[in-house]
Write a protein that binds this ligand. Structure first.
Ligand code: GEK
Length: 241
């Protein structure tokens, strides 16, 4: 059982955010109440994965956390001989993810791995999903991570990339941040929680703007990139090789 996120409810010396055992305990509640449209994004990524999965190929869920996208993809795969590789570099997440997945039955094998996306070999991939993970990779390493994904994708393969984004200028950015904070208030987070979480996350998660994402994907060689979802500063893209 997982509980309600109250990690920043009391005043504290705020440390940099990490995906530790305390976060794992409340993660489903935290992400639902913090990311607008999370459930829609996860279920649509599953549908897109089902549409683009190729027989005899690998599907990757990078930064899998508790395996929400893995489960959604697995429900939608109808092609033969597919395998899902779910990777996260948090030991606590990987342990809980394995436990969680073992509660669901499927013919599609899933390999949950503890590992760093920066060092991962990606091969024979028809689908690579990164649902709010690239934003945690240092900005100077993102191009190499995406290039590695592109190289491991089969022709016609896709990258499903969801990210928190920055506005194109300060005015736009402040507007999106205000709207997001309103969303969190509406979901029961207090001013203290919102402000302490912001402090905790600002050194570990640095969003790029949408233009940067789209240009980088096209420079890498993706034939077609499209935003299929955006609400405030949260967006989800599909890039086709
Ligand atoms: C979901 N996709 O529920 N290598 C591997 N994993 C990493 C790395 C890295 N270098 N950096 C961060 N992570 C999930 C949500 S959460 C997003 C993804 C959020 C992992 C990290 O441990 C965490 O589990 C995940 O990426 C990001 O659909 O909490 O905002």
């Amino acid at each position: 059982m997982t509980g309600k996120d109250s990690i920043y409810a009391t005043e504290q010396q705020v440390k940099d955010f990490s995906f530790d055992a305390n976060v794992v305990e409340v993660f489903p509640d935290m992400i639902q109440r913090s990311v607008p449209g999370y459930a829609t994004i996860v279920s649509t990524m599953g549908k897109l994965a089902g549409q683009f999965a190729q027989s005899n190929s690998n599907l990757y869920d990078l930064g899998c956390s508790l395996g929400a996208v893995t489960l959604s993809m697995r429900r939608n795969i109808a092609k033969e001989n597919c395998r899902i590789i779910a990777v996260d570099n948090s030991q606590a997440m990987v342990e809980r993810c394995k436990m969680h997945l073992s509660g669901f039955k499927s013919d599609v094998p899933v390999d949950v791995q503890l590992g760093d996306i920066n060092e991962l070999e990606i091969s024979n991939a028809s689908v690579v999903a990164m649902n709010f993970t690239l934003q945690f990779i240092p900005q100077e390493q993102r191009l190499a991570v995406l290039q590695n994904i592109y190289n491991g994708l089969k022709p016609g393969g896709i990258l499903l990339l969801s990210e928190k984004i920055k506005g194109e200028n300060d005015e736009q950015d402040n507007l999106l941040i205000d709207l997001h904070h309103d969303f969190k208030r509406h979901n029961g987070y207090s001013e203290l929680e919102i402000s302490q979480k912001r402090t905790a996350i600002e050194n570990v998660m640095r969003p790029d703007n949408l233009n940067k994402h789209l240009t980088r994907l096209s420079d890498i060689g993706f034939k077609q990139t499209q935003v299929w979802y955006q609400c405030f500063n949260f967006c989800s893209m599909i890039a086709i090789k």
